[in-house]
Design a protein around this ligand. Structure first.
Ligand SMILES: Cc1cc2nc3c(=O)[nH]c(=O)nc-3n(C[C@H](O)[C@H](O)[C@H](O)COP(=O)(O)O)c2cc1C
Length: 326
């Protein structure tokens, strides 16, 4: 039997499959199902900075607490209310599960909310995954400002806790390698590549905003695959693959690219939590076919660094393919 165990951010996982942050990991019963289905670790659903702020702002708008000090107090209460539910989930999960429990925070400013991290640590989280998604949607902020905010958030969290912190990013950076390195230097123990953003759509009959389709397809694996293959050898921190992994072949690809772990989310919504077991079986069967006894025997074998043809990883428009398609 192959040894599927891995080390991710210093945590020991029985296998590299992690259930990604979502409603699949939103309560204790679902978390237990993830563990029973074979997950190596779970990332809890995110606690959103905006969610907390919106709740507090709504109460402030109600006018009861117009005095600034009262508003300040209210803000703290607002923070506590959400926090308590989330902290309970963390501590219940830790008490009930044998696999690592990674808490998830989603924020866009380096503000007071970063203080949550210490409470998550006290509640027993094994690590924190920080989902930061800033949209460059105005004319004032340049790339350095925006990337500076990412770094400040990561620094602020990492200064407050000793827990390993993973940063989950989207793919839209002019120089992802530089940003990734800066995040590592700011304290990130791992990067999760990539987040898949909420998509905006229009209903043209009702002239209303609607959400785009929220699940990925297996075709979406390629962007994460390329960047993990490009960064895994030299970045100096762990990489976790996310987006578009729907089957055992996808898992194998990400590990070959150099990922330490692989997250699944859409595939589990579409095929059920049992998909985890199928992926594990396929991974093990592939390792046996290729004579690999452990994940480290092949992890990174197809990273850019290990490649005889490194420029193929970098060409965004590869002439042979395009010519071949015409
Ligand atoms: C219904 C749903 C809810 C999600 N909620 C969160 C969340 O709270 N925090 C987060 O970091 N990612 C969230 N995600 C993103 C997933 O964790 C994952 O990064 C994304 O779906 C890409 O992976 P996939 O292709 O395996 O689905 C959510 C995704 C879905 C489909």
């Amino acid at each position: 039997m192959a040894d599927l165990s891995v080390t991710y951010m210093g945590l020991k996982l029985r296998n590299p499959l992690i259930v990604g942050s979502s409603s699949l990991t939103g309560n204790l019963a679902k978390l237990k199902r993830c563990e029973e289905a074979g997950a190596g670790a779970v990332v809890l659903k995110s606690l959103f900075e905006e969610q907390i702020e919106a709740q507090t702002a709504q109460l402030e708008r109600d006018g009861e607490y117009a005095h600034p000090e009262a508003a300040d107090y209210l803000r703290q209460i607002g923070l506590r209310l959400n926090q308590d539910q989330y902290l309970n989930l963390v501590s219940e999960a830790k008490a009930s599960l044998g696999i690592p429990v990674i808490a998830s925070l989603n924020g866009v400013t380096p503000g007071g909310w970063t203080g949550y991290a210490t409470k998550l640590a006290k509640a027993g989280a094994d690590a924190i995954e920080l989902n930061i998604a800033l949209l460059a949607s105005n004319f004032e902020h340049n790339a350095a400002d925006i990337e500076g905010t990412y770094l400040k958030i990561v620094q602020s969290i990492c200064q407050q806790v000793k827990l390993p912190v993973a940063v989950k990013l989207g793919p839209y950076f002019t120089s992802l390698p530089q940003t990734a390195l800066a995040l590592r230097r700011a304290g990130a123990s791992a990067l999760v590549l990539f987040n898949r953003f909420y998509q905006l759509d229009f209903d043209i009959e009702r002239l209303a905003l609607t959400p785009g389709y929220h699940l990925s397809s297996p075709d979406e694996i390629h962007q994460s695959l390329r960047w993990i293959a490009l960064l895994s050898a030299d970045l100096g921190c762990d990489l976790c693959a996310s987006t578009g992994v729907h089957d055992g072949a996808g898992v194998v690809k990400m590990l070959l690219a150099g990922a330490k772990t692989v997250q699944l989310c859409s595939a589990l919504f579409l095929k059920g939590i049992g998909r985890l077991q199928e992926c594990l079986k396929d991974l093990e069967a592939w390792m046996q076919r290729h004579g690999f006894a452990a994940i480290e025997d092949f992890r990174g074998k197809m990273s850019q660094e290990a490649s005889a043809d490194p420029q193929l990883y970098e060409r965004l428009q590869y002439i042979k393919v395009y010519v071949g398609l015409e």
